[in-house]
Design a protein around this ligand. Structure first.
Ligand SMILES: *Cc1c(COP(=O)(O)O)cnc(C)c1O
Length: 371
């Protein structure tokens, strides 16, 4: 057998995400309530579904590699030029392209410790390095510390998820603008707004293109199209040109393209989803409070619930899985005592509430038994 490159040979084989399908297989369960990956339980907008169904007839043909219809609609939405929009098969795809285009082996990047795992996954894969700054105790991102670390390390890329995953916290427009100004000129900011649809547009960074900022949005969360794999970046022309040179030209399939385009038109549906998600967040906070568990105020479609200790949180995740409910938990302190639960439908929320009570009771029984 010939060897892969030394870089790939040395990479660990662990995955950034173990999918719910694999978790179910390992647990010997056939179906899971999926509250662990922040997918939308409310599905795609009906208009998107209809457009995608119609498009199936043309699946024999490649999609438009320039994705012009979708880019035109997105440029209009964000008040920028078509040449300032890059589309990929998910933010995860775009994150890889940015790393490949802007990092050489040995380069440094900066992110919050325990933030979205795909950042470090791509950084490692290209032989670069991630420096981290911990969350504040209350789960907010320490923007000043991130900017300082970027200056100290001569970082080439800085990652900010806003609203943040896994904490759910949010930095408003003025704070982000000040952060952008505080970054050194050699750093490109990847501003990951995967959950941007769950906050008011006027609370996000001002629309249009900002120097050294690549703003990313996805159809996977509020738009309910995670399985279609489509997301985009709003970025300076030079960045889009660079990503264009290395992208997988037919990577966003034609079904995804028409689905995303039609979804943009179904604003009422997305508004209703966002409102229902807000109700669901309140419900989770009440469920948690009933058990004496604190939550972090969330600006996303998930809520972090404090289980009191890392061990208890891990047991709760395992016990929920045994009851057919998939959730995840933040990996790094200070958030490692929390579980992260996606806001599902009213029925899914109720089933979570029941299973959570049982899982907590079970984890306390286990803890007492081991004393
Ligand atoms: C879900 C998520 C993504 C991934 O989005 P895709 O477009 O489905 O790849 C990116 N960033 C954050 C912070 C997320 O939570």
């Amino acid at each position: 057998m010939i060897d892969p490159t030394p870089l790939v040979g040395a990479l660990p084989a662990n995955k950034p995400f173990v999918g719910p399908e694999e978790l179910a297989r390992n647990a010997g369960i056939t179906s899971l309530i999926r509250l662990g990956a922040n997918e939308s339980s409310f599905g795609p907008p009906p208009r998107a579904l209809a457009a995608m169904r119609a498009e199936f007839e043309r699946i024999a043909y490649y999609g438009d590699p320039e994705m012009l219809d979708l880019r035109t609609a997105l440029a209009r939405k964000h008040g920028c030029a078509i040449e300032e929009i890059a589309i990929g098969s998910g933010i995860d795809d775009l994150l890889g392209l940015v790393v490949r285009a802007y990092l050489a082996p040995g380069d440094v990047t900066v992110a919050t410790r325990g933030s979205y795992p795909t950042y470090v996954y791509h950084v490692d894969a290209y032989g670069a390095r991630l420096e981290t700054v911990p969350y504040a105790e209350n789960g907010t991102v320490r923007l000043d510390a991130l900017a300082m670390r970027a200056r100290e390390t001569h970082a080439r890329i800085v990652y900010l998820a806003n609203p943040d995953n896994p904490s759910g916290t949010f930095a408003a427009r003025d704070a982000v603008a000040a952060f952008v100004r505080a970054l050194p000129p050699h750093a490109l900011l990847v501003l990951d707004e995967a959950y941007g649809d769950f906050v008011e547009a006027h609370d996000l960074i001002v629309d249009g293109v900002h120097d050294n900022v690549v703003r990313m949005r996805t159809f996977s969360k509020a738009y309910g199209l995670a399985g279609a794999r489509v997301a985009y970046a709003v970025a300076p022309r030079a960045v889009v040109t660079s990503l264009d040179k290395i992208r997988n030209h037919f990577g966003v399939n034609r079904i995804a393209q028409v689905g995303a385009l039609a979804a943009l038109d179904d604003r009422a549906f997305v508004r209703d989803v966002v409102a229902e998600v807000a109700r669901g967040r309140d419900e989770y906070a009440r469920i948690a409070a009933r058990h004496g568990c604190a939550t972090i105020a969330s600006h996303t479609n998930f809520v972090c619930i404090d289980c009191g200790s890392r061990a208890r949180a891990e047991t709760v995740v395992t016990e929920l899985l045994a009851r057919g409910i998939f959730v995840r938990k933040p990996a790094a302190a200070p958030l490692d005592t929390y579980i992260r639960v996606t806001v599902g439908t009213a029925d899914e929320r109720a089933r979570f509430g029941d299973a959570f009570a049982e899982a907590l009771a079970r984890s306390d029984t286990n803890a007492n038994a081991s004393r």
